[in-house]
Design a protein around this ligand. Structure first.
Ligand SMILES: Nc1ncnc2c1ncn2[C@@H]1O[C@H](COP(=O)(O)OP(=O)(O)OP(=O)(O)O)[C@@H](O)[C@H]1O
Ligand SMILES: [Mg+2]
Length: 146
């Protein structure tokens, strides 16, 4: 069974008055523990596909199935819950964070927003996450720009 199945995905933009398809009838599948690389020249639509799959933008046509259900049909709380299972690492990862926020704040946000851990447990969870990726837990108090 595929984890992510994308079929006939299309996203159109306008260049001046002229519409063009940034993503044109794209289909692919990714299975559990599988890695898929999209390669192509600048402007060929790779980032647009990633944004569509996360529903940061909506497609004009196509279907996205994630973990066996119709991802495009979700809204509200159901969409938020399912979205917690998808993540994008942006091309400029440093620009994705508020440079003045602390590392702890950045790691705390998703735990809070998705109700992953109650308030009292979150500092411990944050320390455990840092340890898991081989970072000093003392970094939690530092600002992102540091
Ligand atoms: N919001 C938008 N409005 C209009 N055109 C857009 C928008 N977003 C992307 N495009 C256009 O869609 C096309 C695909 O862009 P996209 O950023 O997906 O390419 P890419 O493959 O990620 O490129 P790169 O390798 O440079 O990151 C480009 O022609 C781009 O100019
Ligand atoms: Mg890109």
């Amino acid at each position: 069974m595929s984890l992510l199945a994308v079929s006939n995905l299309t996203k159109r933009y306008h260049r001046g008055r002229k519409p063009f398809a940034a993503v044109d009838e794209v289909s692919f599948e990714v299975g559990p523990a599988e890695t898929l690389a999209l390669a192509g020249p600048s402007g060929s639509g790779k980032s647009t596909i990633a944004r569509l799959v996360l529903r940061l933008i909506e497609p004009d046509t196509g279907r996205i199935e994630f973990e066996g259900s119709d991802f495009l049909a979700l809204s509200g709380a159901a969409l938020r819950a399912r979205r917690a299972r998808l993540q994008m690492v942006f091309q400029d990862p440093l620009a994705a964070f508020n440079p003045r926020a602390t590392v702890a704040r950045v790691l705390d946000d998703p735990l809070r927003i998705h109700n992953i851990a109650p308030h009292a447990q979150r500092p411990r969870r944050i320390a455990a996450l840092l340890e898991r990726v081989g970072l000093d837990t003392g970094l939690a108090a530092r600002a992102i720009h540091e």
